[in-house]
Design a protein around this ligand. Structure first.
Ligand SMILES: [Zn+2]
Length: 131
């Protein structure tokens, strides 16, 4: 499937200021301020830009970081990894939506079983749909 591409002006019309900052300008929302941290209902967390299904509640856990955290994506091809060299000291792995390249957050290797991964997401990049 072809990537969803829009101009910055088109994205701005579709998204809130916070959503645009996070997903299109690679921003990070302040911890404990974004949506979905307390969400415990069963459902899907979809890309706020294009609706791609990214995460499920059954992979969500309380990381204590102030950002919604998951130990795996809804499917292996839902997200893409990019090496993020914006911090010079170490390389982080950025997570983007596979369908529209929205910046979602980063993945770290200090998560719980069964994967040991912690997908640390910006709540403003996600749209929750209860089952
Ligand atoms: Zn997307």
């Amino acid at each position: 499937m072809a990537k969803i591409e829009k101009t910055n002006d088109e994205w701005k019309k579709l998204l809130s200021a916070e959503q645009y900052y996070v997903t299109r300008e690679h921003g990070t929302e302040p911890p404990f301020k974004g949506p979905h941290q307390e969400e415990e209902r069963s459902g899907d967390f979809n890309c706020v830009c294009c609706g791609n299904k990214l995460f499920r509640t059954d992979a969500k856990f309380d990381s204590g970081t102030g950002w919604p955290s998951y130990f795996q994506p809804a499917s292996p091809d839902a997200v893409l990894e990019h090496k993020d060299r914006s911090m010079l000291i170490f390389v982080r792995t950025e997570i983007r939506c596979a369908d529209c390249d929205a910046h979602l957050g980063h993945v770290f290797d200090d998560g719980p079983e069964p994967t040991g991964l912690r997908y640390c997401m910006n709540g403003h990049a996600l749209d929750f749909k209860p089952d």
